[in-house]
Design a protein around this ligand. Structure first.
Ligand SMILES: Nc1ncnc2c1ncn2[C@@H]1O[C@H](COP(=O)(O)OP(=O)(O)OP(=O)(O)O)[C@@H](O)[C@H]1O
Length: 239
């Protein structure tokens, strides 16, 4: 894998703060309500924060709210001072393009696009000119060690390779916030280690990485630790 410095880009964003205040979510259930997330106030530090907790405890609910994919029942998520849920849907989508990267358990690559085109995709949506798009996507594919696979379709990549392309895509806009939901969940141990190493790099660069995992060994790699139990998030301190 080639370690390289990101090329200059018009999309570079400064490190920004991810902050929640009394963030909560309830869902209707029959006659009553399910409290998926109890009021949670927290400032995420730059670096990697793991989120652990049993199935159904509220981890994905928290991540979806941080991403602005779901609407809170109360409270706010601020990214660099912007209350993301006060934006229109289109405004939030634009804001995400410039500030967030996502890595999911399943790579979610577009099946009919090559690895290179998948990585270019967010830049295309952001209106970055083709030449710069190509160069940045190439640089990112090199960073994840897949420059030789640039023209392969996702179906011709291994699970670990596809996840590396997904990471390249998540990082291509140089986002300040990277949200990862069980990114190693479907991978063998060795491929999982490669993915984690790639996720620790942006954390070392001062970005805010939030990583949901069931795996205590994966969580142990993070700088900060949150535990969710019955919708209650607690801070477990740093190591
Ligand atoms: N759209 C929804 N409608 C109703 N209830 C929901 C919805 N999404 C989540 N819940 C409920 O909220 C609670 C928290 O769910 P959530 O998916 O956040 O848990 P999780 O910790 O991510 O679980 P897992 O580890 O299994 O993915 C659960 O009781 C779940 O059933």
């Amino acid at each position: 894998m080639t370690a390289s410095v990101l090329p200059p880009t018009s999309l570079v964003t400064p490190k920004i703060q991810l902050q929640t205040e009394n963030l909560s979510r309830t869902y209707p259930s029959g006659d009553g309500q399910i409290t998926a997330l109890r009021p949670f106030s927290h400032t995420f530090a730059a670096g990697m924060t793991s989120v652990v907790g049993p199935s159904g405890s509220g981890k994905s609910t928290l991540l979806n709210l941080l991403a602005g994919f779901d609407t809170p029942s109360g409270g706010t998520v601020r990214v660099g001072g912007t209350d993301i849920h006060s934006l229109s849907e289109a405004g939030r989508a634009d804001f995400r393009l410039g500030n967030y990267g996502f890595v999911f358990q399943s790579h979610n690559l577009v099946a009919i696009l090559s690895a290179q085109e998948n990585v270019e995709f967010p830049l295309m949506l952001a209106g970055v000119p083709p030449k710069e798009r190509r160069e940045r996507a190439r640089a990112l594919l090199a960073q994840v060690g897949l420059e030789q696979r640039a023209h392969h379709l996702p179906s011709h990549l291994s699970g670990g390779e596809a996840q590396r392309v997904a990471i390249a895509r998540a990082l291509v806009s140089d986002p300040a916030v990277l949200l990862a939901d069980e990114p190693t969940g479907n991978l063998d141990t060795r491929s999982g280690e490669v993915i984690l190493e790639l996720l620790t790099r942006p954390a070392l660069e001062g970005k805010t990485v939030v990583l949901i995992t069931h795996d205590p060994d994966v969580a142990a790699l993070a700088d900060y630790h949150l535990r969710v139990r019955d919708g209650e998030v607690s801070v477990e301190g740093s190591q």
